[in-house]
Design a protein around this ligand. Sequence first.
Ligand SMILES: NC(=O)c1ccc[n+]([C@@H]2O[C@H](COP(=O)([O-])OP(=O)(O)OC[C@H]3O[C@@H](n4cnc5c(N)ncnc54)[C@H](O)[C@@H]3O)[C@@H](O)[C@H]2O)c1
Length: 442
Amino acid sequence: MSTILATQSESAADGASKLALRGAMVGIGMIFEETYRPFFEQAYAAGGLYDSRFGLCRVDLAAVASRTGSRAEAYRKSSAGKVHPFESFTGADATAQLLKSNVDFACVATPDNRHFEAAKAILAAGKHLLIEKPSVLSLDELDELEKLAVERGVLAKVVYHKLLDPDHKKLRTLVVDDELKHVNNGYCTLLEPKSISGGQFAEWIVGRNPGTYVAVHYIKLIDFTFGGRLKSVTCTGQRGLVGPADGPTWDSTQLRLIYEYPDRREAAFDIHTSWVTPDNFPGYVEQEVQFRFDNGVWNAHSRKRGIECTIEGSTPFKRKTTMNNHYNGTFLEPWGERSQRGYGIEVIERFVRELAYVEHGGAKAGRDRRLEEVRKLAYNDIAADRQTVAAVQAMEAILAKHAAGTPNCVVEVDHGAGGLVLFAPGTKEPEVLYSGKVNSSR
Ligand SMILES: NC(=O)c1ccc[n+]([C@@H]2O[C@H](COP(=O)([O-])OP(=O)(O)OC[C@H]3O[C@@H](n4cnc5c(N)ncnc54)[C@H](O)[C@@H]3O)[C@@H](O)[C@H]2O)c1
């Protein structure tokens, strides 16, 4: 299978491909600008996506839905000639209108707590789905999406781009090959600048926390890389900067997950996040992990990947001092071409390639088999997102209890009383957050 986009001259020589996938966006904010926009523009410029399993398949951005449409209009103006002409739907029923248009797949990039409704509508309309992380905020919602995807015979996938970071791929390779033996414990931190909570997300920040927004990257990394069974979740955090000190909006969170492995040994992981780090902090988004194994230690630090660049009047505000050129960077390639590339874009291309394989990778009679094959890819399928969603749901419930005056709750996973069971200090009766089983297969 090729992973190379067809070049402009190839596509021009071939003429328009007969195969096509029409894509849509629900939400076109920051992440659209960073990753989806370059993907759709590159696919357009290249005449499509080439893969030996299906040939050349055009990938068009056909429609977008957003609340006001102002960014869509600005993008329409700035992108003329760079992307397929698209329809823009706005208002409360924007997603419903969009789904009446002719699209094959839709990507959900709305704020974290607005993924479910859009995702459900997309699947119910029989369209393939790609959702930004975190997929949804509860297991009941996840169950509904999983069921709908199977009923309608479509893909339902989630974007966890950190799994495609070359450093994390290497970590997983060493774990799978048993060079790093049995993880015992570890920590991860991800610190976002104040401009995220105070500017960009200010409109939807009330009642939110940075854990759901970014700890989820590491919850998934830990779950996918080390496997095991999630046993319990605890969490605390701080308030007072983004919102009132006794309110429901969190400045920073500290989450702890306990996992158990088939040999009955356990590991603990602490994940610290914030969105109130000073804006002049030199890190792009400060990220650090350390995982300790029976026979080794893995350390990774986003500011120690090797770059430290100072430009008078530019860093660290306009341009970051320690830029992450692996996630998503703009480059002048040695052969003279301007490009934008990185694992943040690769993860979207990968989904569209999998989808094109399902729809166009052989005879119609083989579609179900291909669909099943692609569904088994655990790195992005919602069916494999259960423990991650369980951790997020537990964290949100613990923080909500804390904000309501009961800190230090613990959530047990697959306890006798239910799949997610919250225990509050000083209370005898636990609260069942989810009654089904979280780990049916582990
Ligand atoms: N993969 C990553 O590293 C990464 C990075 C940033 C954000 N994200 C995720 O992407 C999602 C969006 O984040 P963002 O930074 O782009 O947010 P943003 O606030 O910049 O943009 C949100 C967009 O959603 C639209 N929107 C809001 N409510 C809507 C609704 N009900 N129906 C239709 N459109 C609606 C807004 O109009 C806007 O276009 C979040 O879930 C976030 O967690 C992922």
